[in-house]
Design a protein around this ligand. Structure first.
Ligand code: HEM
Length: 291
């Protein structure tokens, strides 16, 4: 993720593509080879298990790999396609999810007397103290969902979405965008635009309480998952995984910042990259909730 987020001068001077002046393509090739080797190991291991009859179509193994292996048998897909699909899913689904949880936890721990208390109370009332959040609880955890919207408004994990290319020349807001230009959509700036948000820099989950705004790609002021045909296909998964993780962390543990740092002094600086990481990772100390 670090490597793929580095500005590459080849994008601006394509003639340099074959020289690869910063060595980014060379290093990325190495990283991809390592990943493919890893996925290939998992694939071969599962094939071996299936051969030994320990995992077959009739067993309880019903994960994505199992479904892909069925397609492999019927030649609907080949091994390199499985490798590449996994590269896509891992690259797109890992950092985005973990950084959302980290930013949300940071914002919550920055407001221990208000937001933390409120979300703990909701979890306590809806699912009971100390319990792990289940997928079926999510729709009832309204405040937790508002925290997530608020987190992704201020800290969209993919701040420029994924670069797009213009198929035809278009006129937009008085500008001409030539055919084939690369377009970056600044979701980060949209989420902080004072023309769209009152007190844009303030973390207020309440602003979503009575609001219809959602991040499913229809409300352009909040597009952390993008919009249109290339909208994040992992959104339904992320929208289950993230609240389950975040809600469970808050409901099962008590938290405070490491080293007695005052909540209002917590460093919230961002690091430049393809995903929006915290410059200084959150460090917090936890104890198990006493029931
Ligand atoms: C909080 C979590 C996540 C966020 C904020 C997020 C955000 C995004 C964004 C902004 C895009 C580009 C959309 C566009 O340009 O319009 C994208 C694409 C994508 N995401 Fe996610 N994502 C998340 C989780 C996941 C997960 C868990 C997966 C899969 C396991 C996933 C798979 C993908 C894939 C494959 C694409 C590329 C789609 C394409 O190019 O057509 N994402 N995501």
């Amino acid at each position: 993720m670090v490597e793929s987020g580095k500005p590459n001068m080849v994008d601006y001077f394509p003639i340099l593509r074959w020289i690869d002046p910063q060595g980014i393509r060379r290093r990325m090739t190495g990283h991809f080879e390592k990943l493919i080797k890893l996925f290939d190991g998992v694939l071969k291991e599962r094939l071996e298990l299936r051969r030994m009859g320990k995992a077959s179509d009739n067993t309880s193994t019903t994960d994505v790999l199992e479904e892909l292996l069925k397609m492999l048998q019927t030649d609907e897909i080949d091994e390199p396609q499985i490798h590449n699909l996994f590269i896509d899913l891992f690259a797109a689904g890992t950092d985005t999810t973990s950084s959302t949880v980290e930013w949300a936890m940071s914002e919550i721990l920055r407001n221990p007397k208000t937001i933390l208390v409120k979300v703990k109370t909701e979890l306590n009332q809806v699912i009971g103290k100390g319990k792990i959040v289940q997928e079926t609880d999510i729709s009832k955890l309204v405040y937790l969902q508002c925290i997530l919207k608020q987190t992704m408004r201020l800290h969209p994990p993919a701040p420029f979405l994924i670069p797009r290319q213009v198929k035809e020349e278009v006129q937009l807001c008085g500008y001409t965008i030539p055919k084939n230009s690369q377009v970056l959509v600044n979701a980060w700036a949209i989420g902080r635009d004072p023309k769209l948000w009152i007190n844009p820099l303030s973390f207020q989950p309440e602003r979503f309480m009575d609001s219809q705004i959602d991040f499913n790609g229809h409300d352009y002021e909040l597009i952390p998952f993008g919009a249109g045909r290339r909208i994040c296909p992992g959104m339904p998964l992320a929208m289950r995984m993230v609240p389950v993780m975040l809600g469970s962390l808050i409901n099962c543990f008590d938290w405070e910042l490491e080293g007695g740092i005052l909540p209002e002094k917590l460093d919230m600086e961002e690091k430049f990259g393809i995903t929006l990481a915290k410059l200084h990772p959150l460090r917090a100390v936890t104890t198990l909730v006493v029931l």
